[in-house]
Write a protein that binds this ligand. Structure first.
Ligand code: COA
Ligand code: AMP
Length: 631
């Protein structure tokens, strides 16, 4: 079947389509139906089935006689380590860790925060939670103690599993002091912590609270898989919203397994046994879906890569890993290719490696600019597929479905909706816009299996953020348009979320930090275009009347505060002091206009602006920062 037939099969009978896909999963009790719409618009999938995610990702492959196949390849240029873990060994390691967690009281439904770098033990921690039906919440290592504390207070974990350190090129990231600081700041305290001590740094353990990863597992009874209901939360993953309080996306178990299994073949075009590599981090949704669960549930070999596209040791690292581990399908962010292209524009390093196993490359996380796609296609000689999705959705929603059929590639578009989605473009009043016109990107409810079920502790916020503005639809938060062939083009966000090096960040969260500086009266953070990272945050600071501190000192302190409170991943390094911020007469800061000025794009002075002269002051401030600001 081609794309049209598959898509029509879903349109004609979604229930049958997803029940058919569900057969690829081992159920302890098969679901009686796919969609549970009794509480619409709070839809659920496979709720009355009983299933275990770890069984499906690990044990069943061992039972099927494939225990000696490599499950995880750990390739760490920053520690000069390589290791392969076969499925049977992964099963034993995960069962032991789960047994040790259970012995300390972790049960189905308990939350466990995982704060670890790109080591196989991070996947083992996730899978051990899944084995017990505990709900994990992985926090990206580039977030600082305060962000970790916010997540501890929201998720209220019984246990935190962390590593002693992470390794960034040229520096050790001391995780343990960050963890200790976060626990001190948080009102909720975990019962205990498990620390994976790395040889690069052995952390101090607090007596009675912290256990060593190895000693803690000694002599325990390995745990079996605990079957959970299809709608039981598999994990909470926090992502940036408009405010400093991140949104805890809740993924339920049954739909997640069905959708990821379907995607591995139909999107990524891999067969069980083949090697799939997503060069991302377990702290992001890509890491959850396509480093951990997707490839393992489908019986692939997954690569855990601890390194960067450049500098570890050079821009040929990606190609070395692809050759050495015979990667069939590779997923990364456009920013990573831009970094490689900048160091090796002619692809000289590409030609040093045998990439004959590679069949396709997938890009997501931010807009894939045509230059980057063309460069990658020319260098690699395989289809380079832009695809669109979000933390909330959990797996590709709009894509060129290579595993079904390679459709014509249109540069600048992630292509067409997959089964489960029917993207529409609406104006602010909810009217559907004609082809080619820019508006809010939405898709009709119910969302397909595997997408977010709700927000943790925040059902009202879930409804407000995604369901209420356009009743009957899920609001993506992106703006875009459709062309005559139904290809989607994503142009911008409709909220204050920015995308820095493929990392989703909230300008609102940065503003909250800046506003706490004693000399700052008012502030605004916008995302400005950057050739490498796609966007960079830039802060405008208005100082209190009578502030005596030098502007340069306030800026320096503000930059340090964002790094300290949110983390280095915010990449907040640009700020300037201005007298006033441009606002509408009702007091709304005109951030979108400031972005256009900074990016040198033409803009119209908004009719509702309070004082247009302020825009000139903004342009002047931007010029002093080196921007060729638009007038
Ligand atoms: N733990 C601690 N710190 C981290 C971190 C982690 N896991 N990840 C990043 N950081 C730090 C970096 O060291 C850097 O710190 P610095 O300000 O001291 O230099 C800062 O956060 C910003 O990191 P990053 O945005 O990664 O920038 P970079 O300059 O180090 O690297 C790229 C640039 C393009 C090579 C890099 O951003 C990259 O590989 N991007 C791909 C992103 C990706 O895969 N996203 C997943 C979505 S699919
Ligand atoms: P995240 O939740 O971190 O995956 O970020 C999701 C957001 O990243 C989307 O809402 C888009 O704004 C952006 N995004 C992801 N993939 C793409 C893509 N292929 N093209 C354009 N924007 C993308």
């Amino acid at each position: 079947m081609g794309y049209t037939e598959v898509y029509e099969a879903w349109q004609k009978d979604p229930e049958a389509f997803w029940m058919d896909a569900a057969q690829a999963i081992d159920w302890d009790r098969p679901p009686s139906k796919a969609l549970f719409d009794e509480n619409a618009p709070m839809y659920e999938w496979f709720s009355d089935g009983m299933v275990n995610a770890c069984w499906n990702a690990v044990d069943r492959h061992v039972e099927a006689g494939r225990g000696h196949q490599t499950a995880v390849i750990y390739d760490s240029p920053v520690t000069h380590t390589k290791r392969e873990i076969p499925y049977f060994e992964l099963r034993n390691r995960v069962a032991n860790l789960a047994g040790a967690l259970r012995a300390k009281g972790v049960e189905k439904g308990d939350r466990v925060i995982i704060y670890m770098p790109m080591v196989p033990e991070a996947l083992e921690a996730m899978l051990a939670c899944a084995r017990l039906g505990a709900v994990h919440s992985v926090v990206f290592g580039g977030f600082a103690a305060h962000e970790l504390a916010v997540r501890i207070d929201d998720a209220k974990p019984k246990c935190i599993i962390a590593a002693s350190c992470g390794i960034e090129p040229g520096r050790i990231v001391h995780y343990k002091p960050l963890l200790d600081g976060a626990i001190e700041q948080a009102s909720h305290k975990p019962d205990f912590c498990v620390i994976f001590q790395r040889e690069q740094e052995v952390a101090h353990l607090e007596e009675g609270r912290d256990y060593n990863w190895h000693g803690f597992q000694y002599g325990v009874q390995p745990a079996d898989c605990v079957p959970v209901e299809g709608n039981h939360p598999a994990y909470i993953l926090y992502t940036s919203g408009t405010t400093g309080q991140p949104k805890g996306v809740v993924r339920s178990t049954g739909g997640h397994l069905v959708a990821l299994h379907w995607t591995m073949k139909n999107v990524y075009n891999v067969k069980p046994g083949e090697v799939f590599w997503a060069a991302s981090d377990v702290g992001w949704v890509v890491g959850h879906s396509f480093i951990c669960y997707g490839p393992l549930v489908h019986g692939n070999t997954t690569v855990v890569f601890e390194g960067k596209p450049v500098g570890t040791p050079d821009a040929g690292t990606f190609w070395r890993v692809i050759e050495e581990h015979k990667v069939k399908s590779f997923f990364t962010a456009p920013t990573a290719f831009r970094a490689v292209k900048r160091e090796d524009p002619k692809g000289e390093l590409v030609r040093e490696y045998d990439l004959s196993n590679l069949s396709a490359v997938f890009l997501a996380g931010e807009r894939a600019d045509p230059d980057t796609i063309t460069w990658a296609q020319d260098q690699l000689g395989v289809p380079v597929i832009d695809h669109w999705w979000q933390t909330e959705l959990g797996y590709p929603a709009v894509c060129n479905p290579v595993g079904i059929e390679l459709l014509p590639v249109k540069l600048g578009s992630p292509s067409v909706p997959l089964p489960g989605y029917a993207m529409k473009i609406l104006d602010d009043d909810g009217n559907e816009l004609p082809k080619g016109e820019l508006g809010a990107v939405v898709t009709p409810l119910p969302l397909p299996p595997g997408t977010l079920q709700t927000l943790w502790n925040a059902e009202d916020r879930f409804r407000k953020s995604y369901l209420e503005h356009f009743p009957g639809y899920y609001e993506t938060g992106d703006a875009g348009y459709l062309d005559d062939d139904g290809y989607l083009y994503i142009m911008a966000r409709t909220d204050d979320v920015i995308n820095v090096a493929g990392h989703r960040l909230s300008t609102g969260a940065m503003e909250e930090v800046l506003a706490a500086h004693p000399d700052v009266a008012e502030c605004a953070v916008i995302g400005v275009a950057d050739a490498l990272k796609g966007q960079l945050p830039l802060g405008f600071l208005c100082l209190n009347a009578g502030s005596e501190k030098a502007e340069a000192d306030v800026i320096r302190e503000c930059v340090a505060m964002v790094r300290d409170q949110i983390g280095p991943v915010a990449a907040f390094k640009l700020a300037c002091v201005v007298d006033r911020l441009p606002k509408t007469r009702s007091g709304k800061i005109l951030r979108a206009t400031m972005v256009k000025i900074a990016d040198g794009e033409p803009f119209k002075i908004p009719a509702t602006i309070d004082d247009p002269a302020i825009l000139d002051e903004i342009a002047d401030a931007l010029r002093t920062l080196g921007f060729a600001a638009a007038d």
